[in-house]
Design a protein around this ligand. Structure first.
Ligand code: PEP
Ligand code: MN
Length: 338
């Protein structure tokens, strides 16, 4: 349920309500808005029939949240969430954030070469998996901790921020140490223990939609992270399974507007996994920006033939640079910046 506060509610009144809600065994989350604040209340709400909160000074009204996701809902927070990354970036603001780099971290020198190229084209975050969720156990599984160290070196040399995947709760401490954004992959969208662990951190999280998950299920997974207190959360549409098998997955372009209509969380699009084909990445990226996404996650490799994973969907650095130029025009047309 949501407690809508009066615009003139004082700090003392808010503290009093928070204390009362906690005493009833419920969890309050205060969301400060420009005009007024609201308090989201999570837990068994039956107790509130005995103890109505409408009577408290500072309360304007109390509303039930009908959706099963509460903290992720637009009702809980009317203004879009802006997630701060590092010291200067904000996801969910006017600027569309471009995260680019190889699917997997391979050699250190290669990673740094890619980092420099994507940076000069305008990317602000370097992507690269050190822990790789591969369909086959015989395929390259990632460099692990060594890969995280290469990412750290690339960050040091370029100033790019780092997004990398966490697959196992046991690797949380090292991924948290090196990453600026912790990625939860499509295959782990419903790994609830992993979601709780990243929820207890305050590091920004990029939660990818499962390939066979609905948007509502994505929002329920988001709720796991939010309910542990981590509001530095971005969602990611990365393509879903459909009957169409020409492309690796089908980019659900609708998901962008649907997420915006249901939630305050920023939405990133991954056109690389969504298409599986480098020749389709450009049009999918432009469509995503036109549809209102807050960022893109794009795979780039200078030698796709030799890439240890996902070469077929990786853009050459020069193609990525051309795409960035086009994206700037699309962004401008929809009132955004890249
Ligand atoms: C990735 O981004 O490298 C990745 C494995 O993506 P997904 O989890 O969407 O398949
Ligand atoms: Mn990949």
């Amino acid at each position: 349920m949501i407690i809508v506060l009066r615009p003139d509610a004082t700090k003392k009144q808010i503290e009093h309500i928070v204390k009362k809600v906690k005493k009833l065994g419920l969890k309050p989350w205060v969301s400060k808005g420009k005009e007024r604040s609201i308090i989201g209340v999570i837990g068994e709400e039956d107790v509130l029939s005995i103890q109505p909160l409408e009577v408290f000074p500072g309360v304007e009204k109390v509303m039930p949240v009908l959706s099963p996701y509460k903290l992720a809902a637009l009702d809980f927070k009317k203004e879009g969430t802006q997630v701060k990354i590092g010291s200067g970036l904000e996801v969910g603001a006017e600027q569309i954030i471009v995260m680019a780099g190889p699917c997997s971290v391979e050699k250190e020198k290669l990673l740094i070469e890619i980092a420099k190229k994507v940076k000069s084209a305008g990317a602000t975050v370097l992507r690269g998996g050190a822990f790789k969720p591969r369909t086959s156990p015989y395929n390259f599984q990632g460099l692990g901790e060594k890969g995280l160290k290469f990412l750290a070196q690339a960050k040091k040399e370029t100033g790019l921020l780092i997004v990398t995947e966490l697959m196992d709760t046991r690797d949380m401490a090292s991924v948290e140490k090196y990453a600026d954004i912790i990625q939860v992959g499509a295959r782990n969208m419903q790994n609830f223990n992993l979601l709780k662990v990243v929820g207890r951190s305050r590091k920004p999280v990029l939660l990818k939609r499962g390939m066979a998950s609905t948007i509502k299920e994505l929002l329920m997974s988001a709720e796991y992270i939010l309910s542990e207190g981590n509001f530095n959360l971005m969602l990611c549409e990365r393509g879903i399974r459909t009957f169409e098998d020409y492309t690796r997955f089908t980019l659900d372009i609708n998901a962008i507007a649907v997420v915006k209509s249901l939630s305050h969380l920023p939405i990133i699009v991954d056109p690389s996994h969504a298409t599986g084909k480098w020749g389709l990445v450009s049009s999918a990226s432009k469509a995503a920006v036109a549809a209102g996404c807050d960022g893109l996650l794009i795979e780039v490799h200078p030698n796709p033939e030799e890439a240890l994973s996902d070469g077929a969907q990786s853009l050459l650095p020069e193609n990525f640079a051309d795409l960035m130029k086009d994206l700037r025009k699309v962004a401008q047309a929809v009132g955004r910046k890249i």
